[in-house]
Design a protein around this ligand. Structure first.
Ligand code: HRO
Length: 308
């Protein structure tokens, strides 16, 4: 089955890849993604300097999903820039995720990584886990101002990683802002921010930072992810490349993202649970579903969701 796709001008041998944050912080993790059957290597969101992140425990997986409050641990943009030539040797596109705790930090990280020309830059507007810092993607004015400045710095195709939206009015306003900003792709969704998972036996939260509040991922968030993929697919008339993220545990989940309009699909919680072998399993399961349904490629099913 042909699972290759054209994404924002970049050819991917497979429509599947890691979600930013999942097993992509260190050189070893990034090289493992290079050797695995992922269509691209996506880096952890990078800031200008190394960050150790929030205190442990900060990640917890449970039946149905995960909660995290990592707090942007990463090696720093200069270190990822230095790694890029080695990552290129795997012969697949590298997508650099860029973040910051201020506009100046976003610009500095973007400048450092753009200098070595990753294939795409994904601007993270949606980290929910920095104490005292709201998710920028929930503030249209702030997002507009930030993207306007990043546009001047990022000279490769630049997309945005958005938080989940729960009302069409927010998707409409965000789409209008992104149109104006001229983004090359939209990645939806980041984790569902500020959830709380409780261990009733120990009578405590399962992660330490922010009193236990953290971003939810995995199977439980799939309907929210699909709704956002579909909403942005329609708002851009099917002409905006969309990276679907959220709740991808099986090949059927990838297929559903495709039906809703995703051009390619990212895997977070399932990758953390299973390791990089997850890509091979998802490929096999997706291939079987597409063949059974009479599709000749993943691209053939894109956006084909029937509305009753
Ligand atoms: O590092 C994190 O805590 C984190 C980030 Cl940056 C993000 O974008 N999404 C998430 O769930 N965790």
């Amino acid at each position: 089955m042909d699972l290759s796709v054209e994404f924002a001008g970049v050819r991917l041998a497979s429509c599947l890849m890691n979600a930013a944050g999942a097993l992509c912080v260190t050189r070893d993790e990034l090289e493992a993604l290079g050797r695995a059957r992922s269509g691209a290597i996506v880096t952890k969101s990078m800031t200008p300097a190394l960050r150790r992140g929030n205190p442990d425990p900060r990640y917890h997986s449970f039946p149905g999903g995960s909660i995290n409050s990592m707090g942007l641990p990463n090696l720093g943009a200069p270190a990822y820039a230095a790694l890029l030539p080695d990552l290129r040797r795997f012969g697949k596109p590298v997508i650099a995720s860029v973040a910051g705790l201020s506009t100046a930090e976003f610009l500095e990280a973007a400048r450092a990584i753009t200098a070595v020309r990753p294939d795409l830059v994904e601007v993270n507007l949606s980290c929910p886990n920095i104490p005292g810092k709201p998710q920028i993607g929930y503030d249209v004015q702030a997002s507009r101002a930030l993207l306007r400045q990043l546009r001047e710095v990022v000279t490769v195709p630049m997309g945005v990683k958005l938080p989940p939206y729960f009302d069409p009015v927010h998707q409409d306003a965000t789409a209008a802002m992104l149109r104006e900003a001229g983004v090359a792709f939209v990645s939806v969704i980041n984790s569902v921010g500020n959830g709380l998972v409780v261990d009733p036996e120990r009578e405590c939260a399962v992660i330490k930072p922010k009193g236990g509040f953290g971003g939810l991922g995995g199977a439980m968030i799939k309907p929210v992810a699909l709704a956002n993929v579909r909403a942005f697919w329609k708002l851009f008339g099917g002409r905006m490349p969309i990276l679907g993220t959220g709740g991808v545990v099986s090949g059927a989940d990838v297929f559903e993202h495709g039906l809703c309009g995703a051009s390619a699909v990212q895997v977070g919680t399932a990758l953390m649970d299973e390791g990089v072998g997850v890509f091979e399993r998802l490929e096999r399961e997706l291939g079987e579903i597409l063949a059974r349904k009479g599709y000749r490629s993943f691209e053939d099913c894109r956006g084909k969701l029937r509305e009753l």
